[in-house]
Ligand binder design. Sequence first.
Ligand code: HEC
Length: 439
Amino acid sequence: MSLARRIATTAGAIAVLALVPGPTSAQQVTWAEHVAPILYQTCVECHSPEGIGPMSLVDYQSARRYAARIRDMVASREMPPWHIDRDVGIQQYKNDVSLTDEEIATVVRWVDGGAVQGNVALAPPVPGLPSGTEWRLAEQFGPPDLVIRSTPFSVPESGLDSWWTPEIVVDGIDGPRWVMANETKPQYPMGRKVVHHANTNLIPAGEERGSGFTNFGVGKPFDIYPENTGQMVSPGDKVSFNIHYYPVGEAVADDVVEVGLWFYPEGETPRFATEGDVQWSSQREVMVDGAPLTMQQLVIPPHGRAVTQGIQRLDQNTRIHSCRGHMHLRGSSQQLEAVFPDGHTEILCKVNWNGLWHITYLFEDDVAPLLPAGTVLLVTAWYDNSEHNPVNPDPDQWVTYGRRSGDEMSHMWIGVTYLEEEDFEYLKDERQRRVAQQQ
Ligand code: HEC
């Protein structure tokens, strides 16, 4: 290493140390005192013997064994799984699980300092972990008012991924009800390991198509709608499941995915009716080597890159409460941007795509975009078929549009509520009032 580079590295390290409020710069960073609290709070929910993570990080020995990988995954913000770009777009989310820069610096310093154990007496107790049999929202809302179950599916010990798409007719309610919150729960313990993601659409009785209803990608099993907002469910509506199962080396018989619904009290209609998640495409215009094509003509050459873009004009005032990307293995990022009627633009969210994680990012209520009618939304997607894409199965392949995971596509699921003028103004005023109060 050259002298200049060494000085640069040292200067960088000092700059990082200055940010750490926990351990002082002279103090040794230890597992017991500084790192275990971070792992317990952020990682062991998945990295425990029964969790979905590939290894447990509950005790010192295992954390030490994986120290180098932990350093890589934490420093690159791959772990914990939270892939919102931190440089652009809204940064306040209800379900943010990311680490602070200080916490990352602590973990990095711990590994670089030899992953020392320290005084075990100072380590916090191992936290009680959610067993996976209970509804997470039960603590807050009690048991669900209605549970919708997929029909059983058996996952073989090995072989190809399967998609299971049963449609279940809503039953067990007397009339229309307004959903306040929902949660998706695979069977425990094995269902949780074989369900890669499980989403549903809600198709109103007598109609063919519906909108996005509930989501389960690893990491976020529930959704609570914004204040005074609900989605209506009626007897006879259909809940259409889309479950992606993958084999994990052990056969799993008759798996069932449950969707729990919590309703507003009978007779109470929330002021705002959400459409649920609407799919907005970034597939209408494709630019490959500067030439526009339709999505069906998408061809990403070996070791090549591509960009696609879709435009959606809002005919009504709209509040957006969440965004979730969808691409396959060559996806590298997706961005949702608003072009306001006055011409100014704002990036709402940018997801650095990771094909393993289908996370719904829920905006904090006070920053959920309020967009006037006439706003144009731009969804841009970037694809990377080069060897620099860490999940690329084969950069030598030509990649085209299609449904299989080796093909490519791009759309975003956006949680929307359309608003009458009066409601739109009300929400804007409310927000201004609350923000002013906080200052
Ligand atoms: C929501 C569940 C979840 C949380 C929270 C989580 N992980 Fe993971 N982790 C996984 C899964 C699943 C994988 C397997 C690879 C993947 O899916 O990205 C993984 C992979 C890893 C790997 C790579 C293992 C290997 O074999 O190379 C490391 C290291 C890791 N996680 C560390 C952490 C740390 C440290 C934290 C907390 C700061 C954390 N994870 C939080 C689920 C999680």
